[in-house]
Write a protein that binds this ligand. Structure first.
Ligand code: NAG
Ligand code: NAG
Ligand code: NAG
Ligand code: NAG
Ligand code: CU
Length: 156
């Protein structure tokens, strides 16, 4: 009996670690493109962001070479590239931002007209911020793990 409870305990810890492990990640904006004036305009960064599912606890890394910076701004300033930063403008690469709340974050480069030509990115929390495709994936994973956990507990 004791060993069965021990097994159940181990299993619960493993499931908890798997779920926890999948909830915090580090993302480099643009991946190989890094943080620059994107050749095709801002769609490069919106496409990148859409391909991700950001969660609370994740770290967003802006990595660049050359003359760039990164400022977090309010949405109304993001839309027209007004460089009024929330907090200080980060001038050293890599610049990291941790997602601590559910709020959507807006980042731009304040150097000359870089923002106007597309060096800006919106980071929305949750798998269904842009679409529901990856939310289904995460939901399915949770469902499978729950089913395994329930079968395991019922079996013993
Ligand atoms: C930044 O990008 C360069 C070039 O892709 C890469 O070599 C480097 O490891 C990156 N640094 C970080 C902190 O991501
Ligand atoms: C951008 O929008 C903000 C907020 O609406 C406004 O205060 C600012 O003057 C605008 N800037 C430009 C350059 O249009
Ligand atoms: C930012 O994140 C990158 C990648 O994880 C890491 O190499 C770097 O040391 C971090 N920089 C700071 C200032 O935390
Ligand atoms: C974030 O949003 C989710 C779903 O809307 C909610 O369950 C959660 O409590 C929120 N977390 C915080 C820290 O606001
Ligand atoms: Cu720039």
């Amino acid at each position: 009996m004791t060993s069965r409870l021990g097994l159940v305990g181990c299993f619960i810890v493993i499931v908890a670690l798997v779920l926890k492990g999948s909830s915090a990640a580090t993302y480099t904006v643009g991946d190989e493109l890094t943080w620059t004036t994107p050749p095709g305009g801002e769609i490069a960064y919106s496409t990148w962001a859409r391909s991700k599912s950001f969660n609370i606890g994740d770290v967003i890394v802006f990595n660049w070479t050359g003359t760039h910076d990164v400022a977090e701004v309010a949405k109304e300033n993001y839309d027209n590239c007004t460089d009024t930063a929330i907090g200080s403008i980060q001038t050293t690469s890599p610049a990291n931002f941790t997602l601590t709340t559910n709020a959507t974050r807006y980042f731009i480069c304040t150097i000359s007209s870089h923002c106007e030509v597309g060096q800006k990115v919106t980071i929305g929390i949750g798998s269904d911020f842009w679409n529901s495709a990856s939310s289904l994936k995460y939901g399915a994973l949770s469902a499978v793990l729950s089913t395994i956990a329930i079968s395991f507990l019922t079996f013993f």
